[in-house]
Design a binder for this molecule. Structure first.
Ligand SMILES: [Zn+2]
Length: 67
C-alpha cells in the first residue's frame, strides 16, 4: 500500500499524519527562518523528511497490527 501524508482534523489533534499508520508530524520548537516563507519551507522540508523516514510498523494504529 502506498502511504500518504495526510492532514488530520480531529478533536484532539490537528496536523499532518500518515495515511497508513498512527504517525503524526510533531515539529519540536518554533519554526526556523528569517521570513515567513523561509519558516514555511523549513517546516515543510522537516515534515517531508520526517514522513519519508518514519517506519509505519513502528507506529501501529491498533493493538493487533503487529504479528
Ligand atoms: Zn506510516
Amino acid at each position: 500500500m502506498q502511504r500518504e501524508l495526510v492532514w488530520l482534523n480531529k478533536q484532539r489533534f490537528q496536523g499532518w499524519g500518515c495515511s497508513e499508520c498512527a504517525w503524526v508530524f510533531n515539529p519540536s520548537g518554533a519554526p526556523i527562518g528569517e521570513s515567513l516563507n523561509e519558516m514555511k519551507e523549513n517546516y515543510e522540508r522537516r515534515r517531508d523528511k520526517d514522513f519519508a523516514t518514519h517506519v509505519c510498523t513502528e507506529h501501529p494504529r491498533a493493538k493487533n497490527t503487529i504479528g
